[in-house]
Design a protein around this ligand. Structure first.
Ligand code: GLC
Length: 522
């Protein structure tokens, strides 16, 4: 394991802090709650945590509207709790990645309060103010411009109107944002997830975006002037220099409506370490159809292998996050877990850094809310076509008690009623559970270098299944996944293949329904 590089070879586990563990009985998760579950995470076998925002926030976008970048919201704890979290995580060999939301602040951030107070305020230019709006649309619906009567101008917001975009072209803003990186690195943080980073810079003249075909306003334009501006690159160089001034720091970017080609262009030794390519998810709110079959999966993998290999960029694999219906809700029928095992296998054995979303290890499903219970802004706006992102943000299901062991009080979002059967405690006790399967896969990744760094080689199979090799010079591992309810047979490449793991009783190359096999070449 001497060449083990945590962000490349390890597995990163995303925690949505308000939903993971509540230590003080207010129905909202907190940092102390997370600390109390570090042993659980260490036992599961993950290598790093990505923490969604815990900073002070008026909750117009549930933490992604930040009113102070360098504090902890008192509902989640204090800076002292944060320091304890870093220390306790590091003690267990777990790294910590923070979510930095630097494209916009909350409208309650003191910077914006000053900026909006007068046209001649020194912070006026820290945001983007104009007499006349252009045609840009907010991704959560409606125009991207809000009229502010106090100074009779419009300000730009690519998300909700309570999330004004900062002006990254202003050198003071840029310096202030770099100080945010510094602040957290000095507190021991190992890396950052950069929220919608490719939207930081807008075209300086703010021209109208050209039209294209689409369903709603936001999709009816080509986003060529509001994102992906060339000024991004020098900024990434500057940021990388700062990260590299500390050992083994990492930055992963959340690409916002970007092609895989665009995504890799942001990564490299003097740019980001990685950026999400979202190969197995659909980010667009208005495509609620999720393809899920072996042929589609293989096409996606091959496309990304080509793009990332050509650019020599290390990929990431994402099946779920806090913005999407959970993989288990997209791909599985009801409580049946056969597809959930398949998705977990892909997540942990494709080439790239796996990002696991809390509860994915027990196959948590989305909750269903009545209209009146919806909290998420785009959900409120677009119901019933789209009911928002609350579904995937429900409390972690630790046990079968009334609030799922998450809290002693009524949680901020309901616990899924299936916590009666589907929870950490029951799955830990069941050798055939998704939890124990995930744990086994995580352990195998640690033992077998080919599973981490090996090349990806697709294999020919009959329809309805998928097989590939992960291969280094000295080691070959074969993965075979049967997606369907029929038996499948395929011919193994030459050699003596030994079964390392199977979810059923098939023999090498002969798979029973939904069986997953991992074989190693002796
Ligand atoms: C990112 C986040 C999402 C948030 C948005 C605005 O896409 O993942 O949760 O609403 O940015 O900050």
């Amino acid at each position: 394991m001497e060449d083990f590089l945590w962000w490349r070879d390890g597995v990163i586990y995303q925690i949505y802090p308000r939903s993971f563990a509540d230590s003080n009985g207010d129905g909202l998760g907190d940092l102390t709650g997370i600390i109390s579950r570090l042993d659980y995470l260490s036992n599961l076998g993950i290598d790093a945590i990505w923490l969604s925002p815990f900073y002070p926030t008026p909750d117009k976008d549930f933490g992604y509207d930040i009113s102070n970048y360098v504090e902890v919201d008192p509902r989640f704890g204090s800076l002292a709790d944060f320091d304890r979290l870093v220390a306790e995580a590091h003690q267990r060999g777990i790294r910590l990645i923070l979510d930095l939301v630097l494209n916009h602040t909350s409208d309650q951030h003191p910077w914006f309060q000053e900026s909006r107070s007068r046209r001649d305020n020194p912070k006026r230019d820290w945001y983007i103010w104009r007499d006349q709006p252009n045609n840009w649309q907010a991704s959560f619906g409606g125009r991207a411009w809000e009229y502010d009567p106090a100074t009779s101008q419009y300000y730009l917001h690519l998300f909700t109107k309570e999330q004004p975009d900062v002006n990254w072209r202003n050198p003071e803003v840029r310096k202030a944002q770099m100080d945010v990186f510094r602040f957290w690195m000095e507190r021991g943080v190992d890396g950052f997830r950069l929220d919608v980073f490719n939207a930081y810079f807008k075209h300086p003249d703010l021209p109208d975006n050209p039209p294209r075909f689409g369903l709603r306003g936001f999709d009816r334009q080509r986003h060529i002037f509001d994102i992906d501006q060339p000024e991004m690159m020098p900024f990434l160089n500057e940021m990388r220099l700062l990260l590299d001034s500390h050992p083994e720091r990492y930055a992963v970017g959340e690409t916002y409506i970007a092609t895989p080609q665009k995504t890799v262009s942001y990564c490299g030794p003097d740019k980001l370490h990685a950026a999400f390519s979202f190969d197995f998810t659909f980010m667009d709110l208005f495509y609620p159809i999720f393809p899920w079959n072996p042929r589609w999966v293989m096409e996606q993998v091959i496309k990304r292998e080509e793009t990332f290999n050509a650019a020599n960029v290390w990929p990431t694999t994402v099946m779920s996050n806090h913005d999407l219906p959970r993989a288990a809700s997209r791909y599985a029928r009801g409580e049946n877990d056969s597809q959930t095992f398949l998705a977990m296998t892909l997540l942990l054995t494709l080439r790239g850094t796996p990002f696991m979303y809390y509860g994915e290890e027990i196959g948590m499903r989305d909750i269903h809310l009545q209209r009146s219970e919806i909290l998420d802004p785009p959900g409120k706006k677009y119901w019933p076509i789209y009911n928002g992102r609350d579904g995937c943000r429900s409390p972690m299901q630790w046990d079968d008690s009334i609030f799922g062991g998450f809290s002693t009080a009524k949680p901020w979002l309901p616990v899924h009623p299936n916590t009666l059967q589907r929870n950490v405690r029951s799955q830990q006790a069941d050798p055939g559970s998704l939890f124990n399967f995930t744990k086994k896969l995580l352990a195998l990744r640690k033992e077998i270098p080919a599973l981490r760094g090996g090349d990806f080689v697709p294999l020919e199979t009959p329809r309805g299944m998928l097989a590939y090799l992960r291969q280094t010079k000295g080691q070959s591992v074969l993965m075979a996944l049967n997606f369907g309810r029929r038996k499948k047979k395929f011919s193994l490449p030459d050699g003596d293949w030994r079964m390392l793991l199977t979810t059923a009783k098939g023999s090498p190359g002969a798979l029973t329904p939904y069986e997953i096999q991992m074989l190693i070449l002796e």
